[in-house]
Write a protein that binds this ligand. Structure first.
Ligand SMILES: O=P(O)(O)OC[C@H]1O[C@H](O[C@H]2O[C@H](CO)[C@@H](O)[C@H](O)[C@H]2O)[C@H](O)[C@@H](O)[C@@H]1O
Length: 249
């Protein structure tokens, strides 16, 4: 049970490869996907972490890589987007997995639903479509039911998140992205540490644990595969800043 999860120890990143989630971990959640504010310290923090960890640093996000770079600028580190469906390493880009034809059906029906639901937002990604109801929480049950019905009809998978349901092809998840990145030379022989807040991050917590590392849950306690916990985005930044100076790569 996660109730008693302690904060991560200061030496956790010694000999580690670090994988960071984005929304709710590096940036505060906002009313809409585009309304986030990237903290001023983030670029220098990522830069310092990358050097301290000898390059074994990656972002693994549910956002599309192009969307991440729209907010962060060109990323000089390894990155996975769309919950593991897209991956880019120093050697180049893999994916996204080809969008199945049924995704067009899901996009259409989700757009129709949103057109009649003020506050609901549709986010198109290369191989998936997300339906955000943070702006209309009373439509959660309808959104979840629509996603479930579409999944049953199209064979797509539902990815639930914070005030969002997403329809995506089965296949790679964040855990798979972590495993694939750990096979890259920059990550070889390291111990993976994944930091994340959302349900989609549980796949990566499991993968990190299986590979001899650990997960850090961000936010309130819940049932989780993570071993450590930090309270919020500010606590993540404070911990990363505090440990960066002392990391022995
Ligand atoms: O894996 P992550 O990097 O944490 O991305 C997860 C999803 O984040 C975004 O949605 C969430 O953040 C929005 C901005 O704060 C918020 O408005 C929304 O309610 C959250 O679900 C992003 O838009 C999604 O594509 C990501 O899958």
């Amino acid at each position: 049970m996660s109730e008693l999860l302690p904060p991560p120890p200061p030496d956790l990143l010694d000999g580690a490869a670090l994988f960071l989630d984005f929304d709710g971990t590096l940036v505060e959640l906002a009313e809409t996907p585009d309304a986030i504010s990237v903290p001023d310290h983030l670029h220098s923090l990522l830069d310092r972490l990358g050097r301290a960890l000898s390059g074994s640093l990656a972002i693994i996000s549910g956002r599309a890589i192009s969307d991440l770079e729209r907010h962060l600028g060109p990323l000089p580190i390894a990155v996975s987007g769309s919950h593991g469906l897209e991956l880019r390493t120093a050697e180049g880009q893999m994916g996204p997995v080809p969008a199945p034809a049924t995704l067009a059906v899901a996009r259409d029906e989700i757009r129709q639903f949103a057109a009649d639901a003020p506050g609901v937002i549709v986010e198109d990604k290369p191989a998936s479509v997300a339906l955000h109801y943070r702006g209309a929480p009373d439509r959660e049950a309808d959104a979840v039911a629509l996603a479930g019905g579409l999944a049953a009809r199209t064979g797509l998978t539902v990815q639930a998140g914070k005030m969002v349901v997403e329809l995506r092809p089965a296949g790679a998840d964040k855990g798979d992205a972590l495993r694939r990145l750990m096979a890259e030379p920059a990550f070889a022989n390291k111990r993976p540490v994944f930091v994340g807040d959302d349900l989609t991050d549980e796949h990566a917590f499991v993968a990190a644990k299986e590979m001899g590392g650990a997960g850090i849950l961000v936010g309130p306690s819940r049932e989780t595969a993570a071993a450590w916990r930090l309270d919020d985005v500010a606590a993540v930044a404070a911990w990363l800043m505090a440990v960066t100076g002392g990391v022995r790569g």
